[in-house]
Write a protein that binds this ligand. Structure first.
Ligand code: ARG
Ligand code: ASP
Length: 719
């Protein structure tokens, strides 16, 4: 008891040390720069390792076990033979690509019984970080305050190119430079990318995607969101393209797995590649997201999803065609709704405004009026100016590029036509066959009736709700039904054969024919309007805003030297830490931090497409056959913590105080999805699969004990 309150006291003191007005909590930190404030904070939360166990250039460390998974997710090595763990939703595309009606690995799961059964994947890579180096001085060399923004960017790009080329690395490695703190810091990463990554195992979707869209972004959760891969290397343990005689990669480090489980208040650390956040926006920007941009995007997706859902529920073939697209569109639709609610509930705009008042005072007190005094008024003016362009842009992007497939296809042809007009017929001829081949999959999953109804719903919204002054004239007095009936009856874009027919003959003929196609004419009008009347102004204003944001960041770093200011996520390796912790989302409601298999049985709806449970799991539940993976007779499934994560952190390892794997990150709680813009420690939680559930599924459900035997299982609490 005493030690616990002492710990709490230490945390409190730490939090008080930071400037109280600086409300920012959470944080995604650069692994090579944890010494000092982070290390102290992590230790006060219970961490027993030192920060050199997390990142070290000279000897192996945790970072050597955590590669970026295909650029979008995170993964971790969990055996000396390159066995790799990530989410089911991260490996979804690969699992799907090996599936057929006879061998439906999405529905039934897949388990390779030996190395020879592991399945190679085209275009799947994992990238390790070898070294992290601050190169700010090199990148900003010769850049003058007096330069125009455009001139600065030219110099910076040139310096980046030279530094990337000259920084020492091994032949098979790569150098990449990324901007941090909105361009106030530049960091170089030496990386190593493996290209032969094979599928080893996946549970059925009724485990890996249990709860599907209904449970997505929601706590309490019960999803076994994991899949297993293996990294293969050449005989020298170096990256190589797929070859039958490649061998399992021998990692510099792999994560031991703790069988001791977690308890409320335990230290946790999540190590991975968060994609992007916007934690330092001024209040004006958040107001715009809340009042205009999110409602517009949510409205469009709402309409599109309703139409698609109706078709999917009534037609099994359409359900398969649209399952993955629907999940993708629903994922951010649901996230934005949660984000807006969270921003409201946590009074994010008011909190920012209070901070902005304090900022003004600090600027004055420090006599920095000349450098920073105009920042907030300039932001306000620019955000007011950009508002109609941002909104018009979102309507265009969501309607044309994201939700109406015929228009998306039309837009790709528009880009081909632009290339043809600028670079000539050769450029078109070079791209034609690859383009046609690439469209085959698109049309395999395309249903004209679904798309026509989506068109009607979202084009109507576009014409009624987007800023009138920037609407293409084709949308100004449109009869949406008549237009859609005519387009979908006549346009050749609505079938693969039609597309191939459109693209026959020489370039001149092709584009002449295209420009008579109603679907193409309509898309082109919308695209041309966007590129003429919206994009140029949007891009110019956005460049000015980016420059302001860089200066605003610089000002905050200078004026709040003790604040915990972390760089926004940018798909680079970060450490975030916290503890296992429940939360109170609403008055009188408190959510515990851990869910159990019992909860799966509570949600079980036989044969439901979201909440069905495989019979074998039901049987194991009734027999209480949990092996060594249970705790007091109950099998833990998911848990939550105060780690600050975002998209890209999926598949990230949750690590205990000693550096052992305890869970697999895959989502956040509904009330906390605004953490990309405003992190509120009271309601922001990340969701992880308990590693014991993963082991249980591999061992007891799938009978793949040979995989467990590769791993190192430990008991850190029972030492
Ligand atoms: N919300 C999680 C993330 O943003 C999981 C998404 C995958 N699951 C789904 N039902 N779409 O990626
Ligand atoms: N589900 C997300 C991902 O795929 C993680 C998150 O947004 O919390 O990366």
């Amino acid at each position: 008891m005493i030690s616990k309150s002492l710990k709490l006291l230490k945390v409190l003191v730490l939090l008080l040390m930071v400037s109280p007005i600086y409300a920012q909590q959470g944080g995604m930190w650069i692994p090579s720069l944890l010494k000092g404030m982070n290390e102290t904070e992590m230790k006060s939360l219970g961490m027993k390792m030192s920060v050199s166990d997390i990142y070290d250039v000279n000897s192996s460390s945790l970072k050597d076990a955590v590669p970026h998974f295909n650029g979008g997710c995170t993964s971790e090595v969990i055996s000396p033979q390159g066995l790799l763990l990530t989410n089911h939703h991260c490996g979804y595309g690969q699992i799907q690509s090996h599936s057929s009606v006879e061998n439906d690995y999405l529905a039934d799961g897949f388990w390779a019984k030996s190395l020879s059964e592991e399945l190679p994947n085209n275009n799947l890579v994992v990238t390790f970080i070898v070294k992290i180096e601050d190169v700010t001085a090199q990148v900003l060399q010769g850049v003058l305050d007096s330069d125009t923004e455009a001139a600065k960017q030219v110099k910076i790009q040139k310096n980046i190119a030279t530094t990337t080329q000259t920084f020492p690395k091994e032949l098979w490695e790569e150098n990449k430079i990324k901007s941090f703190y909105e361009g106030n810091q530049y960091i170089l990463f030496v990386t190593e990318t493996f290209k032969d990554v094979r599928l080893v195992g996946a549970p059925p979707s009724s485990i890996g995607k249990f709860g599907s869209d209904t449970d997505n972004w929601v706590w309490p959760r019960h999803t076994g969101d994991f899949s297993l891969f293996r990294i293969y290397a050449d005989k020298n343990n170096r990256p190589a393209s797929y070859a039958a005689d490649n061998v399992p990669y021998k990692p510099k480090h792999y994560l031991p797995i703790s069988l001791d489980g977690i308890q409320e208040d335990d230290f946790t650390m999540v190590f991975g590649y968060p994609g992007s956040t916007q934690e330092y926006l001024p209040s004006f920007a958040i107001e715009q997201i809340l009042k205009e941009l999110n409602p517009a995007k949510i409205g469009i997706r709402d309409a599109a999803l309703k139409v698609t859902n109706e078709f999917m529920r009534n037609d099994a073939a359409i359900k398969i065609q649209y399952a993955s697209k629907y999940a993708g569109i629903a994922n951010y639709w649901k996230k934005w709704i949660g984000e807006s609610q969270g921003l409201e509930k946590s009074n994010a705009v008011a909190v920012k405004k209070t901070f902005e008042e304090d900022f003004k005072q600090r600027v004055a007190k420090n006599k920095q009026q000349a450098a920073y005094g105009q920042l907030l008024p300039d932001f306000e003016k620019l955000y007011r100016e950009i508002a109609p362009y941002s909104l018009s842009r979102d309507y265009f992007m969501e309607v044309v590029l994201r939700n109406t497939e015929l228009l998306t296809a039309g837009f790709k042809l528009y880009q081909l036509e632009q290339a043809y007009l600028q670079k000539g017929a050769q450029s078109f001829n070079d791209r034609r066959s690859a383009f046609i081949a690439a469209q085959e999959d698109f049309y395999k999953n395309f249903n004209k009736d679904v798309d026509q109804k989506v068109f009607e719903a979202v084009v109507a919204l576009y014409s009624q709700k987007a800023p009138a002054a920037y609407l293409p004239k084709e949308l100004q007095k449109i009869d949406v039904q008549k237009t859609s009936q005519s387009i979908y009856a006549h346009s050749k874009l609505s079938s693969y054969d039609g597309l191939k027919e459109l693209l026959k003959g020489d370039a001149k003929e092709v584009f002449k024919r295209l420009n008579k196609d109603q679907g193409y004419i309509f898309t082109k009008a919308l695209a041309a309007n966007y590129f003429e009347h919206i994009a140029p102004k949007y891009d110019a204003l956005n460049l000015e805003i980016a420059a302001l944001q860089r200066n605003y960041m610089k000002a905050q770093l200078e004026l709040y030297p003790d604040a915990r200011i972390f760089p926004d996520a940018n798909s680079t390796l970060r450490v975030t830490y916290g503890k296992v912790n429940g939360y109170a989302p609403k008055d009188a409601i408190y959510y515990d931090a851990v869910t159990y298999l019992d909860g799966i049985m509570e949600k079980y709806i036989p044969n439901d497409y979201e909440f069905d449970v495989p019979q074998k799991l039901v049987d194991l539940y009734h027999a209480k056959d949990y092996g060594p993976y249970a705790e007091n007779g109950k099998l833990p499934v998911n848990f939550i913590g105060t780690n600050h994560t975002t998209g890209g952190n999926s598949g990230s390892p949750a690590i205990d105080a000693h550096g052992n794997l305890i869970g697999l990150n895959f989502d956040r709680v509904w009330e906390g999805t605004m953490s990309d813009i405003y992190y509120d420690p009271a309601i922001c939680r990340n969701i992880m699969v308990d590693v014991r559930y993963i082991l249980f599924v591999i061992d007891k459900y799938a009978g793949a004990k040979h995989l467990i035997d590769e791993m190192t299982l430990v008991h850190p609490k029972k030492k």
